[in-house]
Ligand binder design. Structure first.
Ligand SMILES: CC(C)(COP(=O)(O)OP(=O)(O)OC[C@H]1O[C@@H](n2cnc3c(N)ncnc32)[C@H](O)[C@@H]1OP(=O)(O)O)[C@@H](O)C(=O)NCCC(=O)NCCS
Length: 197
């Protein structure tokens, strides 16, 4: 099933081979912005960086197998970033994590919280996940604001949890279970913005 989600000008759809040039252009322009937060391959893994086409092929296989859903974040139809619902595990866990980045040119306008709300609601209400988590480096103030805006609950520090920017980095872990989200996170953000006027 092809995931298509939207909230006004913010939309999410599967990353496609046709995104190659937009993706490369945005990544090139944002190298400094993204590098401190980008996942890297630990020396123990012998993975080589795939081509964009190879990456999309792998993402499609992951989506088909129900392991992970990598989505292009668009604003007014223009490619602006990426949101991933990854590590999808069913059985007695029914859990996943959300990862995200946005082009600096679009930062600071609340687009990422809206996109994370969309994908989280999809996880909770369409995939019927029980729990969704987000892991953030303590130094990443902008990303810590994203979980704060969405009301994710702090669970604790995971020591040297993920390989980011060429080393194992500590991460703060945040999560929500479905019984904590009421009518969903899109609704939660809308209520907040209407309260703020
Ligand atoms: C984290 C990130 C996705 C937030 O996306 P966003 O769409 O800008 O989110 P918001 O608009 O809600 O802004 C969140 C905070 O970013 C900060 N911010 C806003 N514009 C910024 C800018 N131009 N430069 C740096 N920080 C900025 C502000 O503290 C803002 O909080 P505020 O709304 O209370 O002022 C984005 O900063 C990003 O892609 N960073 C690099 C990659 C990354 O960190 N990914 C997440 C890894 S866990």
């Amino acid at each position: 099933m092809k995931v298509q989600l939207s909230d006004g000008e913010v939309a999410l759809r599967p990353l496609a081979v046709s995104d190659a040039s937009a993706w490369a252009e945005v990544r090139r322009r944002n190298t400094e912005w993204l590098t401190p937060w980008d996942a890297t391959n630990p020396p123990e893994s012998h993975d080589v960086a795939p081509t964009f086409r190879g990456m999309v092929r792998r993402l499609k296989a992951d989506a088909k197998a129900g392991r992970s859903i990598a989505l292009a974040l668009t604003v007014h139809g223009r490619f602006a970033g990426q949101v991933t619902l990854g590590g999808i595990t069913l059985g007695s866990l029914r859990s996943a994590y959300v990862g995200y980045w946005i082009d600096r040119a679009y930062a600071g306008r609340g687009y990422t919280p809206r996109a994370v709300a969309l994908v989280s609601d999809y996880g909770f209400f369409s995939l019927r996940l029980h729990r969704i988590e987000i892991n953030i480096r303590p130094e990443n103030a902008a990303s810590l604001r994203v979980v704060e805006k969405l009301g994710f609950r702090y669970e604790g520090l995971r020591r040297r949890y993920l390989h980011i920017d060429n080393d194992w980095r500590d991460h703060h872990s945040f999560a929500l279970c479905v019984d904590e989200v009421g009518a969903g996170l899109v609704d939660r953000l809308r209520q907040q913005s209407s309260r703020l006027g």
